[in-house]
Design a protein around this ligand. Structure first.
Ligand SMILES: NC(=O)c1ccc[n+]([C@@H]2O[C@H](COP(=O)([O-])OP(=O)(O)OC[C@H]3O[C@@H](n4cnc5c(N)ncnc54)[C@H](OP(=O)(O)O)[C@@H]3O)[C@@H](O)[C@H]2O)c1
Length: 240
């Protein structure tokens, strides 16, 4: 039977490209979203991928949502923790709520997504975790103390999970995208976007599908020996 993959934030942007790529690889895919039901419905209609609405920042909601996905599609073998937000402000202007919202969604959201599924993966002796981190978790970014903290935290999570899961057939890896042409990036003022592109040696934004292809590889059987690693997909903008 086909393996089941859960992609959080899988209805839009990078997540949507990942959901589609995994479906094309033959996996059963469940995609989650936070509140944009119109986009999620359009995505389901276009792709035939079932969407589920819950807030990854809430543990009980995540657990209940995951139970529903497993009731519908069977045990989850693959998690792509992709849901994420920005609430940018220079540190001296950053409000505690901006800090908390980003930490709760981008960092605690990963815990809330992986933790309910982890015992089942251990029992079944197979699992694939991929967390979508960011170039800005690797290098930091002006006005993103909150966001960079979560994305750097993701790398701590996967390195630790890799050590705990390895003997149980579970791998945990991260992809650090550079700047990708999604609504998140297209929402920044054009002048800022042009300045960003000027810093990318490849001379363009990345495409969501370029991140999806990294994920397809990391969740495959061929990637069993790759564990605790980070793939940087950023057009040569930053080297670790
Ligand atoms: N775009 C980039 O250049 C870039 C670069 C590096 C890293 N990343 C990372 O890649 C991931 C995807 O980014 P993107 O640009 O594709 O984002 P996006 O287009 O804004 O889409 C975000 C997705 O996450 C969902 N989401 C947001 N908050 C959620 C919550 N609390 N609970 C459940 N789902 C939630 C959204 O649901 P709704 O549709 O309901 O809002 C949507 O499906 C993020 O983790 C981001 O930090 C992006």
């Amino acid at each position: 039977m086909a393996r089941t993959a859960l992609v959080t934030g899988g209805s839009r942007g990078i997540g949507a490209a990942i959901s589609k790529a995994l479906k094309a690889e033959g996996y059963q895919v469940a995609a989650t979203y936070a509140g944009n039901t119109e986009k999620a419905n359009a995505f389901s209609e276009e792709t035939g991928i079932k969407t589920y609405k819950w807030n990854v920042a809430d543990y009980d909601e995540s657990k209940a949502g995951i139970e529903q996905v497993e009731a519908d599609l069977g045990p989850i073998d693959i998690i792509v923790a992709n849901a994420g937000i920005t609430r940018d402000a220079p540190f001296h202007k950053m409000k505690p709520e901006q800090w908390k919202e980003v930490i709760d969604t981008n960092l605690t959201g990963v815990f809330n997504t992986v933790h309910p599924v982890w015992p089942g993966m251990r029992e079944r002796g197979f699992g694939r975790i991929v967390v979508i981190s960011s170039i800005n978790g690797q290098k930091g970014q002006f006005a993103q103390v909150n966001y960079a903290a979560t994305k750097a935290g993701d790398l701590g999570i996967i390195k630790s999970l890799a050590q705990e899961g390895a003997s149980k057939g579970i791998t945990a890896n991260a992809v650090c995208p550079g700047y990708i042409a999604t609504e998140m990036v297209m929402a920044v003022p054009e002048k800022v976007r042009e300045a960003i592109i000027g810093q990318i040696p490849t001379g363009r934004l990345g495409e969501p599908e370029e991140i999806a292809r990294c994920v397809s590889f990391l969740v495959s059987d061929d990637a069993q020996f790759i564990n605790g690693s980070t793939i940087s997909a950023n057009g040569g903008q930053f080297f670790v």
